[in-house]
Design a protein around this ligand. Sequence first.
Ligand code: ADP
Ligand code: ZN
Length: 743
Amino acid sequence: MAELTRKSLGPNQHTGVAPAPRRRVLLPLPLQAGAYDYALPAGLDAPPGSFVVVPLGPRESIGVVWDGEPDPDLPARKVKPIAGVLDVPPMTESLRRFVEWVATYTLSPPGAVLRMAMSAPAALEPPAAKAGWQIAPGSIREGLKLTAARQRVLDILGPGEVRSGTELAEAAGVSPGVVRGLADAGLLIPGLLPKGAAFPLPDPDHPGPTLAPDQAAAAEALRGKVAKRDFDVTLLTGVTGSGKTEVYLDAVAECLRQGRQALVLLPEIALSAQWLERFRRRFGVDPALWHSELSSRTRRDTWRAVAEGAAPVLVGARSALFLPFPDLGLVVVDEEHETAFKQEDGVIYHARDMAVVRARQAQAAIVLVSATPSLETLTNAETGRYDHLHLHERHGSAGLPAVEAIDLRQTPPERGRFLSPPLIEAVRDTLARGEQAMLFLNRRGYAPLTLCRVCGHRMRCPNCTAWLVEHRAQRRLQCHHCGHAEPIPRFCPECHAEGSLTPVGPGVERVLEEVEQLFPDARRIVMASDTIPGPAAATAAAEAIATRQVDLIIGTQIVAKGWHFPHLTLVGVVDADLGLAGGDLRAAERTLQLLHQVSGRAGRAEAPGKVLLQTFSPDHPVMRALVSGDVAAFMEEEAAGRRPGHWPPFGRLAALIVSSEDEQEADRAARDLGLAAPRVAGVEVLGPAPAPLALLRGRHRRRLLLKARRDVPVQPVLREWIARVDLPNSVRVQVDVDPVGFL
Ligand code: ADP
Ligand code: ZN
């Protein structure tokens, strides 16, 4: 009753004290509710963007002061006070708008997106000031008698300079005891170390290569766009080896001159040793890096340096989009067609598309780079939404490699082997000339399937709809989806026959085995994610290849990426048809992109390159496009195929993946969603159907696909649809807007 009275009086007529102002605070948690209201205690200043500590239930949490009006009707007793404001640059308005945009587009709770923008919580605490030593003022007098060791320490320190004890001892070549002795004698006193210089400033005028005429023209156009300091999208294309990287590095230089920050997104940052080497050559220093393998300390320092504007150029994986750049002037998305830019769990988003949005919010230029752009981007360029710059030839004297198909129906490999006679011949010739050859097969392990010769039983993963892949070196069968592994059994689990299990089909390990028999003298290296686990291994491998300590490279898709191996003249694709199977909308486009990129590794210096594609369908449009080199015609055909049915990019798609540990429950939920499907003009729902991976990590999965005309905004339709259906908590519904994978 008392409460009611107070409310009717208005909160403050009673006391005459002005109400504590309120702020909306968004927490980095996947809460549907969005921002919560908190009271701002007197004396505290927290404008939007401030990082604040707030009570949350029995704990405290860090959040960001968000925009918008707090709810005036929320009773004061329900509004807890902000506990403190953190000493870190506030999140910029443009990043806040970006977080909201991504949340709305992907149908994710805003807090889940905010969490990606706060991925280094330790960076929110001010870096602890560290203590070192400095010369005590007035302590150095004429005639002061010192040991040589002590003198050397004092000689190193300039007036007022502070250095750490370890550093001092090392620089003077003395033991740490000498430094302590000087402190005990009062000649050194403690001082605070200066904050570590975060990242050196890349020098935009560091001498770079002289650009060829069409490179120079493209670079000039890009510099102009960066200098405009406004949103602008450009597609930069050109065959592999045409020098696109040097062109966009020139745009990075202009961004530095403008005093703004540049962000370069690479699909596989952990494997970009050669790229970093080029950056170093162009700018004299290393860029800041952002990827999942950073130590937590580097992560913290980098996040903070970005926030403080002290990291002028950052090169990273897709998650770098959510770093707190105060003044982003340029975004580059290299290999923009790569599916690695799509994040498939948590907040499901496509970093290439979101990069365009980020650039728009930041009024920055963005460059999408590829030899084989996605049909999405190509269409945007054709309709004039994006500008298009194109480099016509390979840099220097290098020509494009000659591509030929090997028809496996005509010249099959020997029984139980995977390399056909013409390919073996070509490898032999290449090695005889002292050049390097590469065999490409996008499959890790020894064999993709293990089968019982007696009863036909196939070894499957218990948690996933997937065969187990033999990894011979570890003597294990592995699931490439959930990580399940088991020893290769001696007896068939079905019919108990002994020694009957036999590998079917090749992985890179099996190709290696064949090569060992065919070319015992060739020095070999296998490049796959399990043999090249990180940046150090990638650098070592690239080094070994560049210095000709390797003759034959056998690799999965990681060898397709950006490498420049001047002595590599032959690329053999062991199974060019792999990837074409299955009902995936983009299977052909993706296969073409991957194989074109692999082919581009051949003949990048003077010696001409050759590419051989082993295929059972040499007449397939993908093979024909690779052989003729006419990628443009292939993409036109793709477009013609997708336009009439309103398939992307001429229409929109969104997938719902319904999953549960209980199969019946998954079926029921999928059926209920199917029955509640929206009836909206221009929208069609396909499914439900079991997902190709109908069981994944122990969850049963069903898919529904919403297809809409381009002019239909699908998010509101999806939101209403899902809200209409009551689902048990144990059922998860993932929304994948613009799906790339269809597993
Ligand atoms: P792309 O990115 O188009 O595949 P790159 O930028 O990797 O091509 O260039 C291919 C090779 O040519 C690289 O080794 C690069 O260092 C070299 N290169 C490109 N442009 C120049 C130039 N203007 N001067 C000297 N070397 C260049
Ligand atoms: Zn599995």
